[in-house]
Design a protein around this ligand. Structure first.
Ligand code: NAP
Ligand code: MG
Length: 498
């Protein structure tokens, strides 16, 4: 057994003494993986058929590095075949199908996802590393809800955009990340299909399996061949999709760096683009807030999905007068988080998604210590194999530190302080990002005052990381542009007479 984070021995002495409330030990409660059948090898799903890949790579389980399957490394020629299939399906009837008919397919997909949700949840946790209770209770229900929600819009586009003659855009190229593999697929596919587009989707390199299982659902739903095509592979496959001449729109979720490169590449081509990029959200706690409730929101804000969340509340701003009690409560709560097997139903914090992401977290955490922040990691026993990082809190953080500026995308919180609402606002907005924010206070007028001034696409009040398909999501500044979810989420997939 290994004790501590990636980061251990020499830091142990910096750990404060924390009483662990009740020394609970939990019997293991593993979810069975028998429900999922993983094939040895997967090709590309193109025109309703499986295409044999010329080259493959192993996709693994981050909890123990077990090789799960061989998956295709899509070449530009593979992407070309998928785009051609999508173009044919578009011209061959999908784009002119009445909205009420498209809706039937989306409703069917939503119901099938619900019926098979346990199977998908297990596979999502196995391939991605997130706790089963999250994939079961958050990812799967929300993915199904997205299909239900956009199914409802499919025959109402004329009412959603009156007098603007909404029409589909054409073939959409969609590139998604590894933090919410199936949910991001749902966010991308549901509005695109509801509006009458066809799609080529590239899953993230490390988490292709739920997207490949989803092809089963497309067949069960009898979606016409070519309407959705899935080509797996790494960043090169994504780049080939962006470069493809016959794609009319690109939707990308991932890092700001790749997003900027895509934007440069598409400038002047007339292709539509939406970018959902990184974040460094401020979670702001005022001295009148319900502290215990706030602590739960802070924990959910940064340790949910191991902090692999673009809208994670990674910068905590605490009003000076409550700094000490709040940090004490937070550290006490941290010591109760159970880190371990993603398939165990008791697990709160699962495995880090990849070795590369673990290296990135370790490097940024080391920079925090070096720059002078104080680190706290609760005592924690980690599994021998796999990728793990202990939930971490940094106090004594200056705004200039890298851990307060850069997206860590891991279970690492930076705590800063403020005295007045004006100061909280100025510090919260002092970031190149602007995806989300949280405000904790009993005062309604202060919530509204802050929400109007925070430069963030989503502002949560007295809660955090809440999602609903009817609510638009997206960024300001370097967090990207365009909205997903809600009525707003239809617009990027439509052309108008204007
Ligand atoms: P990424 O490289 O931007 O990955 C996003 C998607 O884009 C993946 O499918 C990726 O393929 C693909 N891709 C990579 N290079 C591409 C290119 N040149 N053209 C087109 N597509 C390309 O992000 P990452 O490497 O997975 O993670 C790096 C950092 O990005 C994280 O530490 C985090 O800070 C941030 N991130 C943000 C979000 C978010 O939700 N906003 C999600 C994930 C990551 P591969 O899977 O092969 O890379
Ligand atoms: Mg990458």
């Amino acid at each position: 057994m290994r004790v501590g984070g990636g980061f251990v021995a020499e830091l142990d002495r910096q750990q404060h003494e924390v009483a662990v409330p009740g020394d609970w030990t939990y019997a293991s409660a593993p979810e069975s993986r028998d429900i999922v059948h993983i094939r040895d090898r997967y090709g590309y799903f193109v025109d309703g058929e499986w295409l044999e890949p010329a080259e493959t790579y192993e996709t693994i389980a981050p909890r123990d590095e077990e090789a799960l399957a061989a998956v295709g490394q899509g070449t530009p020629a593979d992407v070309g075949r998928a785009v051609a299939a999508a173009r044919n399906a578009y011209a061959d009837g999908w784009s002119s199908l009445p909205g009420s008919e498209r809706a039937k397919y989306l409703f069917r997909i939503a119901r099938l996802l619900q019926e098979r949700s346990r199977e998908f949840a297990v596979l999502e946790s196995l391939n991605g590393g997130k706790p089963i209770k999250e994939s079961r209770d958050v990812d799967l229900p929300l993915a199904a809800a997205h299909f239900f929600y956009y199914a409802g819009w499919a025959d109402k586009l004329e009412y959603a955009f009156p007098n603007r003659r909404p029409r589909p855009v054409g073939v959409a190229g969609q590139i998604i990340p590894w933090n919410f593999p199936l949910l991001m697929l749902a966010w991308k596919l549901a509005p695109a299909l509801a509006c009458g587009n066809t799609v080529v989707l590239k899953p993230a390199e490390t988490t292709p399996l739920t997207a490949l299982l989803f092809c089963d659902i497309l067949r069960q739903a009898e979606l016409p061949p070519g309407v959705v095509n899935i080509v797996t592979g790494d960043g090169r496959t994504g780049a080939a999709l962006v470069e493809s001449e016959d794609v009319d729109k690109i939707a990308f979720t991932g890092s700001t760096e790749v997003g900027k490169a895509i934007q440069r590449q598409l400038a002047g081509t007339g292709k539509k683009l939406t970018l959902e990029l990184g974040g460094k959200a401020a979670n702001i706690v005022f001295d009148d807030a319900a502290l215990d409730q706030a602590v739960e929101g802070i924990v959910n804000g940064i340790y949910f999905n191991q902090g692999h969340v673009c809208c994670a509340g990674s910068r905590l701003f605490v009003q000076e007068s409550i700094y000490e009690p709040l940090v004490a409560k937070l550290e006490r709560r941290l010591a109760t988080l159970r880190v371990g097997d993603p398939l165990d139903k008791n697990t709160d914090v699962g495995a880090i998604n990849s070795a590369a992401q673990l290296d990135r977290i370790r490097e940024l955490v080391a920079s925090g210590v070096e720059e002078g922040a104080e680190i706290y990691q609760p005592p924690c026993v980690l599994p021998e194999k796999g990728y793990w990082f202990v939930p971490t809190v940094f106090t004594n953080v200056a705004q200039s530190y890298r851990i307060a500026q850069e997206e860590i995308f891991g279970p690492v919180l930076s705590v800063l302080t403020f005295r007045t609402p004006e100061e909280a606002l100025e510090k919260a907005n002092n970031t190149p990002y602007g995806l989300s924010a949280g405000v904790w206070t009993e005062k309604g007028s202060r919530i509204l005052w802050m929400a109007q001034r925070l430069r963030a696409g989503v502002v949560w009040a007295n809660t955090f990381n809440r999602f609903d398909p009817s609510s638009p999501f997206g960024g300001y500044k370097e967090s990207g542009f365009g909205r997903e979810g809600g009525l707003h989420g239809l617009e990027p997939y439509l052309r108008f007479d204007e």
